[in-house]
Design a protein around this ligand. Structure first.
Ligand SMILES: *Cc1c(COP(=O)(O)O)cnc(C)c1O
Length: 312
């Protein structure tokens, strides 16, 4: 398969461990892949994507890196941290949605001295156009990273994650993650198809986009980049709607999952992604989807910044 270059931003492999108390409560074998410990910023899933995306930015000679997201985007904060580490200048053009005060990820961006701008729009097309306008005005080579780092190249980070899990000597029947912009889920689903075919991957949707199409498309594009000889279909993964009242608006069962994980295991989830995703895992366990001996891997994708800004 084709290889793409990466820059080193994180500390890998991230640990995997069983959560004993929750396994007992849910009647199955639950493990956590600690991608909240990827080693940059407060950790999180975007680090694996950024290792590919920023290698591409450097190869193209970029000096400025743009990205976007909501006001409390973990992705935007981690892109800024990664760019700083590599000597690139980050500029974040964020949607003026959510908590814009100097809390959570906004506080971290302030500490890094990052140029953060807000646009009062719901359209990412407007934001990408603004990036081009600002980039051209600056007159330096620039690189645009899409929302969530979810393009085919970013998706490769989570194909690698499954290879990493397999190399850690672990096999799983289920892999469960949050799905917000799609790259993580698409990478895990393609990675499982290539490296751990017995694992069933379920994406817990925390937004209302058409994730069936988004996931399929990213899987196909990433497979094409790799030159992998696989045919990807909608049968390759499952999705579950865990959005609740809306993207980045805490849900009752999501908050209950955040509290349960904290109280039982001393692990902190977040209200926007991982809490809602873990609530989906609890719902599957209650429905009897998992057998007692099944090994279920939950991807802890980070999000601590949001916990401090959005609360539960
Ligand atoms: C971005 C993010 C996700 C979702 O990953 P996508 O690849 O955007 O679907 C999950 N958890 C956290 C904490 C995130 O920041």
């Amino acid at each position: 398969m084709n290889e793409f270059s990466k820059v080193s931003l994180g500390i890998f492999p991230t640990p995997i461990h069983k959560i004993e108390n929750i396994s007992r409560l849910l009647g199955t074998q639950v493990y956590v892949k600690r991608d909240d410990m990827t080693g940059l910023g407060l950790g999180g899933n975007k680090v694996r994507k950024l290792e590919y995306l920023l290698a591409d930015a450097k190869a193209q000679g970029a000096q400025v890196v743009f990205t976007t997201g909501g006001a409390q985007s973990n992705h935007a904060m981690l892109t800024a941290a990664a760019a700083r580490k590599l000597g690139l200048t980050p500029i974040l053009i964020l949607k003026k949605r959510g908590v814009t005060a100097r809390q959570g990820n906004q506080l971290l961006e302030h500490l890094m001295g990052v140029d953060v701008r807000f646009m009062d729009t719901d359209s990412y097309a407007d934001i990408y156009a603004e990036m081009d306008r600002v980039g051209k005005e600056m007159g330096v080579p620039y690189y645009k990273i899409p929302c969530g780092g979810s393009n085919a190249l970013g998706t490769l980070g989570y194909v690698d994650c499954v290879r990493e899990i397999s190399a850690q000597g672990m096999q799983f029947d289920h892999i469960i993650c949050a799905e917000g912009s799609g790259g993580t889920m698409a990478g895990l689903a393609l990675g499982a198809k290539l490296h751990m075919p017995r694992a069933r991957v379920t994406g817990m949707m925390v937004d209302t986009d058409p994730f069936d199409q988004i996931t399929l498309e990213l899987m196909r594009e990433a497979a094409a980049l790799l030159g992998a000889d696989v045919s990807v279909t909608a049968e390759d993964f499952d999705l579950r709607d865990m959005c609740g009242p809306g993207y980045a608006i805490p849900s009752e069962d999501g908050n209950a999952a955040v509290s349960m994980m904290a109280a039982q295991e001393g692990l902190f989830l977040d209200p926007v992604y991982t809490g809602k995703a873990f609530a989906g895992l609890i719902a599957m366990a209650k429905k009897g989807v998992f057998k007692p001996a099944d090994r279920v891997l939950f991807l802890h994708s980070g999000g601590a910044g949001g916990l401090f800004a959005v609360g539960v």
